[in-house]
Design a protein around this ligand. Structure first.
Ligand code: NAD
Length: 336
């Protein structure tokens, strides 16, 4: 029996989280889910977006499956996602993007891994207005040598373990000479320790264009926090959208698995959200805890449902009357 913290999340979170829980149960994995609330849901209940019991639970389980959490734009409380990543030092955000047969998308056979630094730079939360009249604002992006070393090393070791052939380091060291420069300097040094893996580096703006033109030229991408956040949404767009993009936040003592997408307030409560991104995050979690066979079965069931294309949500087939719940049931039927 695995103990896992479950944060259903805001907006579409509870509906897609319940599909993930059902499918994992149907695949025969015994999980003792510790259900806790964070984000807007927790504000409504406890007047705190990150109540102590959430932290206590993750400290005990070392593992969480987390639905998306709403973060107010521009003002209001700071991101709970960022707070969780900092609290548990989840320095590595691994976001795979790969094509599924049957999913309408611009490309076939895309298979990318984005490794994003998850704790530093513009997400460090060092920002302020310079005066009371808000005539200017400053956000300070801190990049450290040790933070760069551990994320780039994680990326290369991941590439070695998963037999990835090439690592592309993405930066903006031409303009951000200090933060970008330090990250690139460290990355080039670590690359030299992995001679069997091809290494290259690219400036972020060119990289965005190259990914849209020909994503097949890339294999594993490692980059700083903000660029990684943006490029991973771009990558999910290459393979059919946010409904299929999972992510893993990995630290030394804890790991939190989530969808790349947010709480999608525009479609919340309508039973039309695609449950696959969070379910595939659950698959990453199962692999992380050694439940490889169940993970493979779930992934095959998702692939079969996507391939058939008849029991998919409307983000994948605009004429589809199939909802979140029904797509989940079909995935369970396909579990062989
Ligand atoms: P979003 O990812 O929630 O939605 C972007 C678009 O994708 C919307 O049109 C939405 O309907 C669609 N979409 C997202 N998930 C989908 C799914 N599973 N199935 C079908 N369509 C889906 O991004 P946003 O609207 O910019 O952000 C909404 C909120 O989510 C914000 O408060 C933001 O801060 C938060 N957010 C949280 C996380 C997280 O918890 N890790 C990540 C990103 C955004």
């Amino acid at each position: 029996m695995h103990k896992v913290t479950l944060i259903p999340g805001d907006g579409i979170g509870p509906s897609i989280a319940s599909v993930a829980v059902e499918v994992i149960r149907a695949a025969g994995v015994e999980v003792d889910w510790q259900r806790v609330e964070a984000g807007m849901t927790a504000i409504d209940k406890y007047k705190d977006p990150l109540p102590q019991n959430v932290l206590d639970s993750i400290r005990e389980t070392h593992l969480a499956l987390k639905g998306p959490l709403t973060t107010p734009v521009g003002s209001g409380f700071r991101s709970v996602n960022v707070a969780l990543r900092k609290e548990f030092d989840l320095y590595s955000n691994v976001r795979p993007a790969h094509s599924f047969e049957g999913v309408p998308s611009r490309y076939k056979d895309v298979d990318l891994i984005i490794v994003r630094e998850n704790t530093e730079e513009f997400y460090a939360g060092i920002e302020h207005y310079i005066d009371p009249s808000r005539s200017a604002a400053e956000t300070i992006g801190v990049v450290t040598r040790s933070g760069s070393e551990r994320i780039v090393r994680y990326a290369y070791e991941y590439a070695r373990t998963h037999r990835r052939k090439k690592v592309t380091v993405v930066h903006k060291a031409n303009i951000l000479k200090y933060t970008g420069g330090l990250f690139l300097e460290v990355a080039r040094k670590i690359a030299s320790e992995f001679p069997e893996i091809k290494s290259e580096d690219k400036i972020i703006d060119n990289m965005a264009m190259q990914m849209v033109l020909n994503p097949h030229q890339f294999d594993l991408i490692v980059t700083t926090n903000l660029f990684g956040d943006i490029l991973s949404d771009l990558a999910s767009g290459l393979v059919g959208g946010l409904g299929l993009a999972p992510g893993a936040n990995i630290g030394y003592t804890a790991a939190i698995f989530e969808a790349v997408h947010g709480s999608a307030p525009d479609i919340a409560g309508k039973n039309i959200a695609n449950p696959c991104a969070l379910l595939l995050a659950g698959v990453l979690m199962l692999r992380h805890i050694g439940e490889i066979e169940a993970a493979d079965r779930i992934e095959r069931a998702v692939a079969a449902v996507l391939r058939e294309g008849t029991h998919v949500t409307r983000d994948l087939n605009s004429a589809s009357p199939v909802g979140t719940v029904e797509m989940g049931q079909e995935i369970i039927r396909k579990l062989a």
